[in-house]
Design a protein around this ligand. Structure first.
Ligand code: DQA
Length: 142
């Protein structure tokens, strides 16, 4: 079974981007940790990043069409703005788990609304890079 791990804007800069908030782990480091854990769980992962909203919409459709087991989605700032991502999640049967490194509810008020979270099956946030690993582990409970 394959789990898609979709990452939105600015997450390509993890490691150097606001390390006080997001830590020093890079997206490649997260990918490596997920690949290892996925192998232990008998899963495969397909991890991608884009700074473009439409790519994320297309990948949600692709994950569904390919029969993915689940999608882990860290939509970055599009979390708080994107009705298109909300609708894409609602348009497919594959379960989507919203993921964040930080806890958006403990930050600025403009991060408190999540269009992704309103459509997702569940949310894991605030554990830093470990949020992704916890979300991957959670796919075994779906
Ligand atoms: C984030 C939280 C968002 O509010 C922010 O725009 C990001 C990263 C996180 O993983 O903590 O880009 O999704």
């Amino acid at each position: 079974d394959t789990v898609f791990v979709l990452n939105g804007p600015n997450l390509n800069l993890l490691g150097t981007r606001e390390p006080d908030i997001y830590g020093s782990t890079t997206l490649d480091d997260i990918g490596a940790a997920l690949t290892d854990r996925a192998a232990e769980l008998g899963l495969g992962i397909d991890m991608r990043q884009s700074n473009h909203e439409g790519h994320l919409v297309d990948w949600i459709h692709e994950a569904a069409a390919s029969g993915a087991k689940a999608i882990l989605l860290n939509a970055g700032a599009y979390t708080h703005t994107s009705v298109a991502l909300h609708d894409a999640i609602k348009s497919v049967k594959v379960p989507v788990i919203e993921v964040h490194l930080s806890n958006p509810h403990a930050r600025e008020t403009f991060r408190h609304k999540s269009y992704v979270g309103m459509a997702a099956k569940a949310t894991i946030a605030g554990f830093g890079a470990q949020s992704y690993v916890l979300a991957l582990e959670a796919t075994t409970r779906l």
